[in-house]
Each structure stands twice: as structure tokens, then as C-alpha cells.
Ligand binder design. Structure first.
Ligand SMILES: NC(=O)c1ccc[n+]([C@@H]2O[C@H](COP(=O)([O-])OP(=O)(O)OC[C@H]3O[C@@H](n4cnc5c(N)ncnc54)[C@H](O)[C@@H]3O)[C@@H](O)[C@H]2O)c1
Length: 413
């Protein structure tokens, strides 16, 4: 899944074979020996919150752990989960085992992952800031000790928050902020396309304002992955289901809805350039949700693919890192780029994999064997490359890249 990180092939032989510090088991009996259990069970949301796997995991832990064992939750959870979901489950299991929960209050702490799939996967765990909290002081102290032992907290100091609701909220707000930022940029991408502006140049010019604007995000084919697509929904669910609030999070949820449908915009711009897609040969380059990773979860390419199929286009799909596409019934993904591009009338640069960014227009045109329509979903092509495609007789369009109209005029002169 994180094929790009050179540390991974080194770590596994070292920890599994040499040091024997990493062992894997399905057996819940191991919990009886643990001083700390780190929980990273998925907690999904598709409008509602699916707590089943997470709660079942908690029950299993509660059935076996020592009363003084620390449960450190790293799953991204709806605010309120440690206190309102985990604590009652563990107390129930402790009580069934005859453990006095007044004397042995469950030790529950929360510290969310900020891991980034890609070439710095391992480092993004060890060398990065962490926020944490505990259900009581003892749990927070134990979590602090553990995190200090495993992470580089000297260079990346920990941030201790006063309540588990707070650190749970921090994670979902962090991702809601990014999801909303992208949704906002998408709106401006459409304006830029209509008024002949390159939105990416505009963003670059604004990002120089360090401290206030340097983290502006960008539009693309769409937003995928496991976090930005669900975390705002988790928070919205918690507001009502765990805290009984009527006033929920409409802006965060609206951002998720906008982002979910973003791939349809790429189809709109393709249809503006090529009104009937029936029987058109379309090559889609990139299946993963993020450049240079093989993770396909909630990839926006899926909606693109499904909608193009509905229009009876003839689609070929390539990805240098993805072998099969689990979300499409383990569909095998072509590895041979020339086979994917052969005879393609439309080429969609869906993901910014290194391989695609390195392609020359001459090679693409040669592999297609024709002057195709080139679609750039997120500033993957430089202006120089766009000019080359145009000179080679191709048409080029792009999300947020309204200035291509002017480049075309230059060619005509
Ligand atoms: N993967 C990322 O890049 C990333 C980044 C930041 C945060 N997160 C968060 O980390 C959490 C985990 O994400 P992930 O990508 O590792 O998910 P995942 O689905 O890959 O892993 C979850 C694991 O939990 C196991 N599991 C399910 N039920 C269980 C049970 N009852 N007992 C024991 N194990 C059980 C599953 O078999 C699976 O191996 C999520 O909350 C996610 O939002 C992930």
C-alpha cells in the first residue's frame, strides 16, 4: 500500500527476523499480557457511523486485559467516543469479570494518527507532532510516557489536551479543514476555467503569504482516501448522536458532498470538448486516490470510470502501482502504458504519479497513434508540455486551467 517508502523493506526483516520485536497474531489471548493496547480498528462513515467493528474490538479487549492496562485509541473517532462509547463497553466487560470499576477505572487515552501514505510513510509516524489526551490524569500520563518512548518527541513535542473530546475533535477538525479548503478551491477552479485563468498560478502567487495563505490546497479530479471523505461526517454524526445537538456541521458536510462529486466536473469539461462519448476510446491514467501510492480507497477515479462506462465509452485504465482494484471487484489494472494508450482518443491524467509527469507529449502521441484530447485533472502538465501537445495537433483541457484557451490562440498566430 505504501510501496514508495524505502524504509519499509528495511524495517520488516529487521523487526520480524532479527530483533523479533514485531509479531502478528489473531489470538485475543495476547491481550492478557499487555501493558498497553494500541487500537487502530477502522471506523467508517457513509452518512451514518458504522461502529460495529470498533465496538466489537473494544469488547474483545475488555474481556481480557489487566485492569491497569492502558487502551490507547489511535483510530479516528467521532468526538465523544472514548467517554461515551469505549468507557461503558470496557466497564461492562470489567464488571462481568468481577473487576470493581470504581477502584479500577478503565485507563483510556486517545492520540490520533497523522500518518501520510507515500515515500515518507514511516517517518510520518515517528517524526511528527502528536496530540493526545486521557480519560483521566493517569491514562494521560501513561499515554505521554508511551508516546515519548516511541516517537521523536524532542524534535516534535507532544500536545496534551485536557479532555478526550478535545483530541478526538482535533483530528476530525484537522481533516474537515482540509476537505473544506479543497471544496472551496473547486468552486474557484470552475470560475478560472470560464474566465481564462490558470488557477494554479493564482494559488502559487497567493501562497507566498506565509502564515496566512501558504496552505491553500488545489482542485483535482476529486478527493479520495480514507480520511477526508469520512472525518467531517463522523463529527457531524457525533454532534447529534452523542451530544444531542441540533446545530450540527453543515459546512463540513457540504465540503464532503462537493468533493465526492468533483469527478463529474472532469466529465463535464470532456463533454464540452467532445459531446458524444459513446464508443470513444478513453485511457485513464491513475487509479489510486493519491499520487505515488497504491491505495485505491474512495479513489475519485472510480466515479469517473463508472460514469464514463454509463456513457458507453470504451475505457482502458493504467496505474504503475496498483495491481488490482478492490473497489471494482478486484479488476486487474493494466501495467503496460503503451497498451493502455493504444488508439486512445481521450487521455485523462487522473493522478499525478511520477511516471505520468515524466511522459513527453511526443511519447504519448506516439503511443496513442493519434491526436488525442488530453485532460489534465490537476496541474500535472506544465505550460511547455501543453504547448507541445497543441503543436502536435492534440486538444488539451484541464481542471482549473482556463488559460489553455490563450495558449491555443498563441499556437494559431
Ligand atoms: N491509513 C492512513 O493513511 C491513515 C492516516 C491517518 C489516520 N488513519 C486512521 O487510522 C485508522 C485505521 O486506518 P487504517 O487505514 O489502518 O484502516 P484499515 O482498515 O487498513 O485497518 C483496520 C484494521 O482493523 C482490523 N479490525 C477490524 N475489526 C477488528 C476487531 N474487532 N479486532 C481487531 N482488529 C480489527 C481490520 O482487520 C484491519 O486490519 C482509521 O481511523 C483511519 O481514519 C489512517
Amino acid at each position: 500500500m505504501n510501496a514508495d517508502d524505502p524504509e519499509i523493506p528495511e524495517i520488516f526483516p529487521r523487526c520480524v527476523n532479527e530483533k523479533k520485536t514485531l509479531r502478528v497474531t489473531w489470538h485475543p489471548g495476547v491481550f492478557t499480557f499487555a501493558d498497553i493496547v494500541v487500537v487502530d480498528i477502522q471506523l467508517d462513515a457513509q452518512g451514518y457511523c458504522d461502529l460495529n467493528a470498533f465496538k466489537e474490538g473494544m469488547r474483545t479487549i475488555g474481556r481480557s486485559i489487566k485492569p491497569e492496562c492502558l487502551i490507547l485509541i489511535e483510530t479516528t473517532v467521532p468526538p465523544g467516543t472514548s467517554e461515551k462509547i469505549v468507557k461503558p463497553v470496557i466497564e461492562e466487560e470489567f464488571t462481568k469479570r468481577g473487576i470493581d470499576v470504581e477502584k479500577f477505572t478503565p485507563l483510556i487515552a486517545h492520540s490520533y494518527e497523522r500518518v501520510m501514505p507515500g515515500s515518507k510513510y514511516v517517518s510520518s509516524i515517528r517524526n511528527f507532532w502528536r496530540t493526545f489526551s486521557g480519560i483521566n490524569e493517569k491514562a494521560a500520563d501513561l499515554a505521554e510516557e508511551f508516546l515519548t518512548n516511541v516517537l521523536d518527541t524532542e524534535r516534535y513535542p507532544l500536545c496534551r489536551l485536557g479532555h478526550t473530546n478535545a483530541s478526538e475533535m482535533a483530528k476530525v477538525l484537522e481533516n474537515s479543514y482540509r476537505a473544506t479548503n479543497i471544496a472551496l478551491m473547486f468552486e474557484w477552479a470552475k470560475l478560472a476555467e470560464n474566465i481564462g485563468v490558470n488557477l494554479f498560478d493564482v494559488i502559487k502567487s497567493i501562497k507566498v503569504r506565509e502564515g496566512t495563505h501558504d496552505n491553500m490546497l488545489r482542485p483535482s479530479l476529486g478527493v479520495g482516501g480514507y480520511c477526508l471523505t469520512k472525518d467531517p461526517v463522523l463529527a457531524n454524526w457525533a454532534a447529534e448522536a452523542l451530544f444531542g445537538l441540533e446545530n450540527k456541521l453543515p459546512m463540513a458536510v457540504s465540503a464532503v458532498n462537493i468533493n465526492d462529486l468533483m469527478p463529474l466536473h472532469t466529465i463535464e469539461i470532456i463533454e464540452d470538448a467532445c459531446p458524444s462519448l459513446q464508443d470513444k476510446r478513453i485511457a485513464i491514467l491513475g487509479v489510486s486516490y493519491l499520487q505515488n501510492v497504491a491505495d485505491t480507497r474512495h479513489s475519485p477515479t472510480k466515479l469517473l470510470w463508472e460514469n464514463l462506462m454509463e456513457k458507453d465509452a470504451i475505457i482502458s485504465v493504467h496505474d504503475p502501482l496498483v495491481e488490482v482494484w478492490p473497489e471494482l471487484g478486484d479488476m486487474r489494472i493494466e501495467k503496460d502504458l503503451s497498451k493502455t494508450l493504444f488508439d486512445a482518443e481521450i487521455v485523462v491524467f487522473a493522478v499525478g504519479h511520477k511516471l505520468y509527469k515524466a511522459l513527453s507529449p511526443e511519447d504519448v502521441v506516439q503511443m496513442c497513434g493519434k491526436k488525442s484530447l488530453i485532460v489534465d485533472c490537476s496541474n500535472f502538465l506544465t505550460d511547455e508540455k501543453i504547448m507541445k501537445y497543441l503543436k502536435l495537433g492534440c486538444n488539451v483541457i484541464g481542471v482549473g486551467r482556463g488559460h489553455i484557451k490563450q495558449l491555443k490562440k498563441k499556437i494559431k498566430k
